[in-house]
Design a protein around this ligand. Sequence first.
Ligand code: SF4
Length: 149
Amino acid sequence: MDAFLNSIIKSSTCDGGVRDIALKVAEGGRISTDEALALYQKAPLGLLGMLAFAVKESKTDRKVFFNRNFHIEPTNVCVNNCRFCSYKKPKGDAQAWELSLDEILHQVKRYKDSRATECHIVGGVHPDRDIDYYCNLIREVKNIIPALW
Ligand code: SF4
């Protein structure tokens, strides 16, 4: 284990149980769901970041990874009303948009011969589009570019 991380954990003011879990992580051990929850709820954010970095470094060293993606925004119509959001519009609003399935797939086809590895789909939570709609959408997208994530 990294001596610096070890000393940070041992001098941490968080409770002993959390310190033990943090030491387990730092030593490369697996933790249970309950232990992960305890870390999430009780460990200082800085310590969590250091643990996350230690695990990342143990798996992939200093290498960084990226993908090539493109974005599809099917709609800005949303049933929610998050306070920070300036994106959502109510159904029927003059600035609302709703792409049809064909319009979405038309956008996907533009990337068919690209080196894209991900189709990033993001947008509002449309009141009329359920899980079946999105499962079908993903199926159709992958029919066009099977290698996409
Ligand atoms: S679009 Fe996303 S962020 Fe905006 S209100 Fe809807 S759920 Fe919230």
